[in-house]
Write a protein that binds this ligand. Sequence first.
Ligand SMILES: [Mn+2]
Length: 311
Amino acid sequence: MAMAGIKSDRFHLGDIIRQLCHHCFMTTCIQTLGIASGLGGPVQACGYAAELLRDEFERQPAHAGLQLQWHMLYPEKKGLKETRLFQLYQKASQFTCYWTETRHPFLVIGGDHSCALGTWAGVLQGLPHSNELGLIWLDAHMDAHTFATTPSGNIHGMPVAALLGKADERLSAVYPTDRFIQPENLLLIGVRSYEAGEYALLQQANVKIIFADQISDFSQTLLAAIEQLSSTCRMIGISLDLDLIDPEDAPGVETPVPGGIKAAALLAALAAVKRHTKLCGLEISEFNPESDRHAKTLHLMRTVVEVFYAD
Ligand SMILES: [Mn+2]
């Protein structure tokens, strides 16, 4: 009986040591910033994305080996919209600047896609030179309006213009840095809905656009994009607008456009590129819980995170 007891103790101890080792050496801890704001678009419910995803991971923890370290940012409740966005994105940029300087891979969960103004401003500031950042913009839209060309007035349709240094005065006031991405270091992939004004801005800047109907193998497209950027850039980020994905697979977005990338194709592509040493972070935006069906898009967002960051 005594022997059995010792054996059983040893078994438990071994189990505990294995768990400790697993915890200390095997866990990937990803710094995660939730930007709980829908102020840049018409659907305020977009601001709940980060909390919903955090709750989803609390309810059912991520794959073994992946742990998200959450930090949440909320906009001020009162004041001018543009002032509140500037304050919010200035704070967001301080996080991503620090994670860039210290080489921590990060995850940002917006919010509407104007969160990119904070995320990538911070990365640009954290790098020695602004021409060292490559950015892959996965989106059905171009998001390259300014207040001069926008039909809607929504800032979530403008972050690309600001990141390129093409903002007008009113848009510049929301962007928290004077560093900009080089046009040759930016790639738009998956575009299928746009207006003339933003297209003209991108053509003038000579930004490469891969339209949705030009893509046959999404993994190949994404791999080629990363290969191209990695020849000149020190770090590469991915900004994912969930409306890249076909609305059949991701109905819960602010601005759905038919004819998107299938969810399975996106997941396969992310799995294929995730080990690339220059990838510094992933941003996910535009989740709209109000138009989601049976939490399909929420679950997809969760799977995107797991595929990209879990072992
Ligand atoms: Mn977008």
